[in-house]
Design a protein around this ligand. Structure first.
Ligand code: ZN
Ligand code: ZN
Length: 207
């Protein structure tokens, strides 16, 4: 191998890494400016800044989270979905991003999709998501994590049990969905709690 053929790749590599470093510094400065706008509740201007910072830093989950939240707060819910999904691609168990995506989907009236992300955020310990979950009368199966719904008190008909209904143990409070309880059984109501063997009851909305 000749001397020049060694030097060319090394030279181009160090030039590239210098460019990358200044890109990162640039995007950090843009990010800080956008955060200041965010604190001032200047949502659309903040979104522009976070979009620029996200473009310069493809691996940043926080740029994408703040971009999505800024757009949501600006009432631009449809636009908020893409950066929040991109954020979750980078960081699948990010409770803030699940909560933010759930809120944006809820604003768009896409409640089934919203519920998936709200219960995911709650499962990861997000306090606002836990409150939203209770307010919306939902919970999640502790076995498979799918959202389940509380029913109106006194309106439950065992003959038309919906797979979306939540069932709770009267002894240990664990929550299950009907498909997880059923397995090979004929009725979810013949099945004891999967954790403690206790008696199960259909979850009702708070009166
Ligand atoms: Zn389940
Ligand atoms: Zn139990």
């Amino acid at each position: 191998m000749s001397r020049s053929s060694k030097e060319v790749p090394v030279g181009s590599f160090s030039r590239k890494s210098r460019d990358n470093r200044s890109d990162v510094e640039q995007s950090r400065a843009t990010y800080q400016r956008a955060l200041a706008l965010f604190d001032q509740k200047r949502w659309s201007e903040a979104a522009d800044g976070f979009a620029e910072a996200a473009g310069a830093d493809p691996g940043s989950s926080s740029c994408r989270l703040f971009l999505g939240v800024s757009l949501t707060n600006a009432g631009r819910w449809e636009e908020a979905l893409e950066p929040l999904r991109a954020c979750l691609d980078l960081r699948p168990e990010y409770s803030e991003a699940h909560n933010a995506l759930g809120m944006a989907l809820g604003k768009l009236g896409r409640f089934a999709d919203a519920d998936e992300h709200i219960v995911h955020a709650a499962r990861l310990g997000h306090p606002q998501a836990a409150t939203t979950m209770r307010r919306r009368g939902i919970d999640y199966c502790r076995e498979c994590h799918r959202p389940v719904h509380r029913t109106e008190p006194g309106t439950f008909d065992v003959n038309v049990i919906s797979p979306k209904v939540g069932v709770q143990c009267t002894a240990c409070d664990e929550v299950f969905c009907v498909p997880c309880l059923l397995g090979d059984a004929d009725s979810a109501f013949n099945v004891p709690c999967l954790r403690c063997g206790g008696e199960l009851t259909v979850m009702e909305l708070d009166r």
